[in-house]
Write a protein that binds this ligand. Structure first.
Ligand code: ATP
Ligand code: MG
Ligand code: FE
Length: 344
């Protein structure tokens, strides 16, 4: 089954063609980062308009790359939530109507299920059941995954998501959006030992997270070290980046360890933009090795938003006959637990 995947939930137009027999045939991504950078964050109306501009040319691009035509597509998967309503509408309208025109089924995919299943596209995919850490721009969740659609939420952030914390801390340090990769780069030359950043909610039991305190701590640290022009010395900037990254990574690793002990599981999947972080990957590799377990993650470009994960997740549901009605439905808020199981 050849599935066209469309991702337009936020500021990336991601299009891919996934074949259930042959694997990923093509994928293309257009990021709107530069468009939104001047505003310091994603402007929803501009995001929707840019998706409208890019979606058709990108669909044509992946068809050409895969050497197929529209008539070869068997089904269409589009992100129907969660995300920005107007941005989601673009992918859902194009996906639903193209499927109607081609007389093929379509399915609305949950963006976080897409992230969660992205590591399945790699050489050594994880096998069910496993524990999952979803760490992205909008989510920080620990989930016990029995199978596709069988998700038990074990813990989540009570305030900011991990990626959001990276982005906000970066902004305070005068770094561009998205903050995660920029902080990670500076941290390589930093010595975080000079600062004692907190590891929020690690001393109390439980699997929830909180990252807003780290944000305040960053703000205070920056304020203490800026010069008269409000600038940070380059080395101090690197040191703050290092201390901040280590605090987030330590906190995430500790909670993963705790969740594995609590569930008795030793297979861990990390997904979402922050799972691209090298330090997080390394520390979890070490931790899982010592627990005789394994950690799985997607290649960096499939950790952040992309069409391949949507095509893959949609394909798994389409294969068992699930599909959307003719109505164009988007769900800007949509808890993962509301998804149906993958029963035939
Ligand atoms: P959601 O998936 O929750 O709806 P989103 O789609 O905006 O949110 P993603 O695209 O999954 O989020 O990830 C983007 C986030 O990942 C940003 O917050 C970015 O700073 C963070 N990120 C990307 N690369 C890294 C990295 N190397 N280290 C840390 N954070 C990173
Ligand atoms: Mg994004
Ligand atoms: Fe995402």
């Amino acid at each position: 089954m050849l599935v066209l995947g469309l991702e337009t939930s936020c500021d990336e137009t991601g299009i891919a063609l996934y074949d259930t027999d042959r694997g990923l045939l093509a994928d293309a991504l257009y990021s709107q980062i530069e468009l939104h950078q001047q505003y310091g964050g994603v402007v929803p109306e501009l995001a929707s308009r840019d998706h409208v501009r890019k979606i058709i040319p990108l669909i044509e691009e992946v068809l050409a790359e895969a050497g197929v035509t529209k008539a070869d597509i068997d089904a269409i998967a589009y992100t129907s939530g969660p995300g920005l309503a107007g941005a989601l509408m673009v992918g859902a309208c194009v996906g639903r109507s193209l499927a109607l025109a081609l007389d093929i089924p379509a399915i609305g995919v949950h963006h976080m299920e897409g992230h969660l299943l992205a590591p399945m596209l790699e050489q050594t995919p994880p096998a069910f059941p496993f524990l999952a850490l979803l760490v992205s721009g909008g989510h920080t969740q620990l989930i016990k995954v029995e199978a596709i659609g069988e998700y038990e939420l074990l813990g989540e952030s009570l305030d900011d998501a991990a990626g959001e914390a990276f982005d906000k801390a970066a902004k305070m340090m005068g770094l561009a959006y998205p903050g995660g990769p920029n902080i990670a780069k500076l941290a390589l030359d930093g010595n975080g030992d000079r600062f004692k950043f907190p590891r929020p909610m690690t001393t109390k039991p439980g699997l929830d997270f909180s990252f807003s305190g780290l944000k305040t701590f960053t703000l205070n640290t920056v304020a203490k070290h800026v010069d008269d022009n409000g600038e940070l010395e380059p080395q101090i900037k690197c040191d703050i980046a290092d201390a901040f990254e280590l605090a987030v990574v330590d906190t995430l690793v500790l909670k993963c360890k705790r969740a594995m002990k609590q569930t008795g599981m030793n297979q861990l999947v990390i997904a979402g933009g922050v799972s691209a972080n090298s330090r997080l990957r390394e520390k979890l590799e070490q931790t899982l090795t010592s627990m005789k377990g394994n950690v799985f993650y997607a290649r960096p470009e499939f950790c952040t938003d992309n069409g391949a994960m949507i095509a893959y997740a949609g394909a798994q549901r389409l294969l068992v006959g699930q599909h959307a009605s003719l109505a164009v439905v988007v769900k800007p808020r949509w808890p993962l637990q509301q998804l149906p199981a993958l029963s035939r």
